[in-house]
Design a binder for this molecule. Structure first.
Ligand code: BGC
Length: 251
């Protein structure tokens, strides 16, 4: 079923599941964003049920794009850092497809956000090596080379000083450890320094929940690379998922 330039994106996170209709020509949301808490435990069956609720609420009948906070290889979940471990090896494309009654295209959440930022946001027209990082419950990464995505990079999980980077520098770590913006920015700065050493990016786009308050921490970064806040705030995952649902089609 074709909807012209309208597509549906669902962005699944460790704490919330969000969906909206998206104009694939402009990246704008065409409906209110609908949000439901991620069920706990966040099992495949429980989350597929919530996805159906979201799609029903938006009265959508067609293909959907689904962004997951996990490695997604050809529709199959291969990691589970911030969701239930029972997701591992689940064919999410088949599960959501069945629950929603239409084809589901499933991809990593940071990859989805990155696709949206490159198409409509802070990465428009940017060639070279561009790294998009999302700071939320975890840290997600999307790596682009001349606009082409290298899917499923997991740069939130590099080890720094014996710790998982996301455990120290995700937005959730700032709240958990009651850190000031300055203290948390220092952790992020240290993390970005390692990434710059490893990848020599031309640009780093910082997104996720923490990008809403980018003015509180981005100006404090000292790392030797251009760092800009994501332009699409927290909707990038939804928009990127919606774009992905049009794979091979117009958009
Ligand atoms: C996961 C990534 C995900 C990121 C943001 C990390 O813990 O390993 O796959 O992109 O969180 O949700």
């Amino acid at each position: 079923m074709s909807h012209g330039h309208v597509a549906l994106g669902i962005d699944i996170g460790g704490t919330g599941m969000k969906a909206a209709r998206v104009d694939t020509r402009t990246g704008e949301l065409l409906s209110d964003r609908v949000r439901i808490d991620t069920p706990q435990p966040s099992t495949p069956a429980a989350m597929a049920e919530v996805a159906r609720e979201l799609v029903d609420t938006l009265r959508w009948y067609g293909n959907v794009g689904v962004a997951m906070p996990t490695i997604v290889r050809h529709g199959v979940i291969r990691s589970a850092a911030n969701i239930d471990a029972s997701w591992i090896d689940v064919d999410a494309a088949a599960l959501f497809g069945e629950a929603l009654g239409h084809r589901a295209i499933v991809l990593n959440d940071a990859d989805a956000a990155g696709i949206a930022e490159m198409r409509f946001g802070a990465g428009v027209g940017r060639a070279g090596v561009v790294l998009v990082l999302t700071f939320g419950t975890g840290i997600g990464s999307a790596l682009f080379v001349d606009g082409h995505l290298v899917p499923n990079t997991e740069l939130g999980h590099i080890e720094i000083d014996g710790c998982d980077a996301e455990d120290r520098a995700a937005a959730s770590a700032r709240r958990r450890d009651h850190l000031s913006w300055a203290k948390w920015a220092k952790r992020v700065d240290h993390y970005l320094g390692r990434l710059v050493m490893l990848l020599s990016p031309d640009l780093i786009i910082v997104g996720g929940g923490a990008s809403k308050q980018a003015d509180k921490w981005v100006p404090r970064l000292t790392v030797d690379v251009e760092v800009v806040p994501a332009a699409m705030a927290n909707n990038a995952g939804i928009v990127g998922a919606a774009l992905a649902s049009r794979q091979g089609g117009e958009g």
